[in-house]
Design a binder for this molecule. Sequence first.
Ligand code: CTP
Length: 136
Amino acid sequence: MATVITYGTYDLFHIGHLRLLQRAKALAGEGGRLIVGVSTDRFNWEEKKKRSAIPYEQRAEIVAALKCVDQVIPEDDWDMKRDILKYDVDVFTIGGDWEGKFDHLKEVCKVVYLPRTEGISSTDLKAGIREGRRDS
Ligand code: CTP
């Protein structure tokens, strides 16, 4: 039984997001908790250089409604250590596109990079909508 934390934007919520959150919750084990840091619109724009289609409040509400999610917190800076200590987190996890980028958190908890779902991303969905394309 563990407390797991993960972070992300979760714009245009898609199956890759759901699979990631389900895998993250599985890491928590029986009776464990999953906390999700959802990127604020300011953080997305100023730090990640991405503009989300769906505003923070709605992205956070969607993620919070999922069965596998126990708590949503805002991600408004890169200080994951603060959240890890505050919520007594055992495991930090995130998709493999961030491999190696959060190794410094190993000082305070276990760090697990999970495999991404192939072939889907919010960026691709936005491009597809713009271009009137549908892949499946
Ligand atoms: N994720 C995943 N598989 C995908 C897309 C995302 O496992 N196909 C994971 C990411 O690795 C991250 C979490 O979902 O841990 C939130 O990712 P986010 O950046 O919000 O989603 P993307 O679809 O990758 O968005 P973007 O295209 O804007 O980068």
